[in-house]
Design a binder for this molecule. Structure first.
Ligand code: SAM
Ligand code: SF4
Length: 336
């Protein structure tokens, strides 16, 4: 008999796990990382076998969707083997979706393999279509490589959703270019408000916070937007562009509260479980995993104990003079 599902104190069923499989990345996006990062020593990271055991425990507890993220997940050595093996849960029907959020740099190499293992959708982060601006915002990235990766994903049959961080005075002028570019390729696009993550110097914060309310107002000056009831259980709200049928998402952790329907938790690459992106509390799952190699009972007890502490919501707030609720950890740590 299956153990009872994970339900938090606010009666929210937990069915979605986001897993950061590495803190490393081949880019250094200005809002995500500082230029000189210190990464975790290898022994701190969960091995791929440990990741498999841990993620399988979540599937046993009723998680239906797993998103692999990072850092850049596709730069972790062996990650394709991990996903190929983990896809057995898709085949058995116990998992509805295995997907990935990537910066796109490795998609030319991996897209077909991702499709072949059962993946059907990927999220690719892209903030600008201007090569010079791209180099500025990612510090180490090259736009042509990412665009080629996106082409490879589409050619492989994957659905691609573009995630774009809305950055004042950086990509404001590309709003319609980006939306049209995605539409031409039959890709949805989701805009994300920049969140105060990491100890990034204020002067490094390119562009800064651009409210999606303003972005949406600009869109609706040109297009008719219809609100969609569809929710992902996460921070995204969606509209349909009546003229084109394209779907546009808005992730607005700051201008709207989205926590009431939250169905997700986040696992870091060293086995910490964060019950909320915007709170410091976490549970160490690596300890029960490593201390009890032959029994999952202590691990399951730790997972249940953590879910019982899931907070009601986050405390990010840009409405005052300074940014409140800032998290000292980087987005690459919790996986975005
Ligand atoms: N490397 C992959 C990528 O870039 O898609 C996956 C990890 S990345 C941390 C996941 C997402 O978080 C990306 O879409 C990125 O733009 C977003 N992100 C990073 N830092 C952010 C911040 N401070 N505010 C809002 N979104 C952020
Ligand atoms: Fe790397 Fe993604 Fe962070 Fe950019 S947003 S530095 S690509 S982890």
């Amino acid at each position: 008999m299956n153990p009872p599902q994970l339900v938090d104190p606010f009666r929210r069923p937990i069915s979605y796990l986001r897993v950061s499989v590495t803190d490393r990345c081949d880019f250094r996006c200005v809002y995500c990382m500082s230029e000189h990062m210190t990464f975790l020593p290898k022994r701190e990271l969960l091995t791929l076998e440990e990741l498999d055991r841990l993620c399988t425990a979540f599937v046993d507890l009723g998680v239906r969707k797993i998103r692999i993220t990072g850092g850049e997940p596709l730069v972790r050595r062996g990650i394709l083997d991990f996903m190929r093996h983990f896809a057995r849960h898709l085949d058995s029907g116990r998992l509805d979706e295995l997907t990935v959020t990537t910066n796109g740099s490795q998609l030319r190499r991996f897209a077909t393999q991702l499709f072949d293992l059962g993946m059907r959708r990927v999220n690719v982060s892209l903030d600008t279509l201007d090569a010079v601006k791209f180099a500025r915002v990612t510090r180490w990235g090259r736009l042509p490589q990412v665009l080629d990766g996106i082409d490879a994903a589409l050619e492989a049959g994957l659905r691609v959703k573009i995630n774009t961080v809305a950055l004042k005075e950086f990509n404001e002028d590309e709003l319609f270019t980006l939306v049209n570019w995605c539409h031409q390729r039959d890709m949805d696009i989701t805009f994300i408000e920049v969140m105060p993550m990491g100890d990034i110097a204020e002067q490094d914060r390119i562009g800064q916070y651009w409210s999606l309310e303003d972005l949406r107002t600009r869109l609706s000056a040109i297009y008719s937007l219809t609100d969609l009831a569809e929710r992902s259980g996460g921070p995204a709200r969606y509209v349909r562009v009546d003229e084109t049928g394209q779907k546009i998402g808005f992730i607005t952790p700051l201008s709207h509260n989205f926590c009431e329907s939250c169905n997700r938790v986040r696992l870091t690459c060293k086995g910490e479980l964060f019950m909320c992106l915007g709170q410091e509390d976490s549970a160490d799952l690596r300890k029960p995993l490593r201390s009890y190699p032959d029994s999952d009972e202590p691990l399951v007890a730790a997972i249940r104990g953590a879910i019982a502490r899931k907070p009601k919501g986050h405390d990010f707030d840009y409405s005052r003079q300074t940014v409140a609720g800032t998290m000292t950890r980087h987005m690459s740590h919790t996986g975005g």
